[in-house]
Design a protein around this ligand. Sequence first.
Ligand SMILES: [Cu+2]
Length: 143
Amino acid sequence: MNHNVNRVETGRRIFPGMKTHFLLLAALALVAVSAQAQKAELTFGVSGLCGMCENRIEAAFDQKGIVAADYNLETKQLHVVYKAKKWNEEKLHKLATGVGHDTDKFKATDEQYANMHGCCKYRDVEHGSCTGHDHDHDHDDHR
Ligand SMILES: [Cu+2]
């Protein structure tokens, strides 16, 4: 008997603390959910020829508010996971054109295109020669 009473008392004493704890957890969960809701995904076409293009495109999307960017060279599709608050479709496309790559909605300016490494000139595939190792790919960083 005594033992049971003790238990009840203990339970009562703990309860207010538990409640606070629960509310805190609920608040945290809400924050987590709303943060999740702000994330958006977008897949769009980006011109590119080789692994250097892939690296250049993905590097351009290494920005605050961009969670992930993955360029698929075979399908020429870029998949981006981003925070909807910071980025929108146009701004994302402009990141690609900013480093010289046309997207399915925006074109890089001639100047942006010209800045790109010679072997990556996707608009003129005859002169672009990303295949083979005859080009010195190590020197491509000063676009
Ligand atoms: Cu390339």
